[in-house]
Write a protein that binds this ligand. Sequence first.
Ligand code: HEM
Ligand code: HEM
Length: 209
Amino acid sequence: MTQQVYVWDRFVRVFHWSLVLLFVTSYLSGEEEHWIHVYSGYTIIALVVMRVIWGFVGSRYARFANFAYSPRTVLSYIRSMVAGDPRRFLGHNPAAGAMVLALLAALSLTTLSGLKLYAVEEGKGPLAVDMRFEVVAQAHANGDREEHDEEEDDEEAEEFWEDLHETGVNALLLLIVLHISGVAVSSRLHRESLVKAMITGEKDELIQS
Ligand code: HEM
Ligand code: HEM
């Protein structure tokens, strides 16, 4: 007999599907500086911050302590997956746990570099405030510098943050492909729908792999 276990709490589920929608929105609106891009990005930052807090105070399977494993455990789990015989976990398995941490790190890199780019390129957003301080400090320090040198510096800074933002986006795309493949492979090997579990929050307690 199988019993349903409540695994993913409401916060985790709302967080996940909002993140998916916002990621697609941010990705599609990135070509031009547009309020939709900026506000979907801000919302992602808020979600990531809340998820990190939830990782310490949330329900059992939402806590980092439940799914942060050592690199050795992650590697041996990936080997068992490749061999087609992984152990089943009710929460995130070790590979999925590492993926969650990597996704949160890549989301942070992308959104923070986006904020900085928005400040350098448009002089807008929360980081535009310390930009003004930087400009004033630089003007004091280099009173005799030519104006076009400063323009060159601005262009270099813009290029730097733009490259970092794009690197973050590419890392996210790669991780998301691996994430969705991992979900598909795991669901198949354990004959269960992990996507359904992320919608209802429930899993069967006794499924044999
Ligand atoms: C439609 C495509 C997607 C599907 C079907 C999907 C499905 C899932 C599933 C089933 C889980 C639970 C994994 C497990 O059982 O261990 C999960 C977790 C997660 N996914 Fe996705 N995902 C998708 C897209 C994305 C995207 C685009 C992102 C990031 C931008 C993302 C980020 C995450 C994160 C951070 C978690 C961990 C949830 C938590 O513990 O808070 N997913 N996803
Ligand atoms: C996960 C969230 C985000 C994703 C997926 C994303 C994605 C992108 C993409 C694909 C581009 C186009 C890059 C190119 O032209 O090659 C872009 C550009 C840009 N992003 Fe983001 N971004 C995110 C978050 C943010 C945030 C939080 C901000 C800050 C407000 C931001 C600010 C910008 C700016 C200023 C540009 C340059 C727009 C232009 O003038 O062409 N992004 N982003």
